[in-house]
Design a protein around this ligand. Structure first.
Ligand code: TYD
Length: 202
């Protein structure tokens, strides 16, 4: 059997990635694979406590980066690596691409600092595949406006999300073979159709 894969879902808030993640994981399970669903920030007891702080407590942009990567280290060592080693596939709602997009693109934290932390925390571990849910910021904002409460990131303005989206695009350009870019502006059914194609290619 092929070795277990590490797959991540990314995109600006409101792109709809979380809606599709459970369906995607179920489709893999139907193929007889063991699949673990997890998320960042979070995925461990400590990571979930850090998530609560990160999503609600104002802080310096570089504190935000350090806490994201602290939560990530715990997640990798306690959850992701052990799962992959026992042959379980891991599907994570966000990973380091989100730090490059949100803290790097959105907040303007220098790339060199993010690259340093990435090397420190997971030099030898990268997703095998990343699904980027790509959507014009205006449409994502409209979808978010249905939410009753918005976290610290979701409350950011359109220009912040434009920078986040552009940073995701730069990541894809640098390493296109790792990404499947999903046109998330389409109907749920059409997005699902795109995901089916991705599943067939795995
Ligand atoms: P999100 O994944 O959108 O969860 P939900 O669908 O429950 O709102 O929320 C996580 C937020 O954290 C999102 O706004 C992006 C942000 N984030 C970063 O800024 N940097 C990171 O490295 C990660 C993992 C997430």
């Amino acid at each position: 059997m092929n070795k277990a894969k590490f797959i991540t879902f990314e995109g600006v808030d409101g792109a709809g990635k979380s809606t599709h993640l459970a369906w995607f994981a179920d489709t893999l399970r139907q193929r007889g694979l063991e699949v673990l669903i997890t998320r960042e920030p979070g995925g461990t007891p400590l990571g979930e406590r850090l998530r609560e702080i990160l999503l609600n407590q104002p802080m310096h942009a570089e504190t935000e980066v350090l806490l994201m990567f602290a939560a990530r280290l715990e997640h990798i060592e306690q959850v992701i690596r052990p799962a992959l080693q026992r042959g379980t596939w891991v599907v994570s709602d966000r990973f380091s691409d989100a730090s490059f997009a949100y803290q790097g693109g959105g907040r303007g934290v220098p790339l060199a600092k993010l690259e340093l932390l990435e090397r420190w925390v997971h030099e030898d571990l990268q997703p095998d595949l990343t699904l980027l849910f790509d959507i014009p910021v205006e449409i994502a904002r409209q979808r978010l406006s249905n939410n009753i409460t918005l976290d610290r990131f979701e409350q950011e303005q359109a220009d912040f999300f434009e920078r986040v989206r552009a940073a995701y695009h730069r990541r894809v350009q640098q390493n296109p073979q790792r990404y499947a870019v999903i046109d998330a502006a389409q109907s749920l059914e059409k997005v699902k159709y795109q995901l089916e194609e991705v599943v067939l290619s795995i």
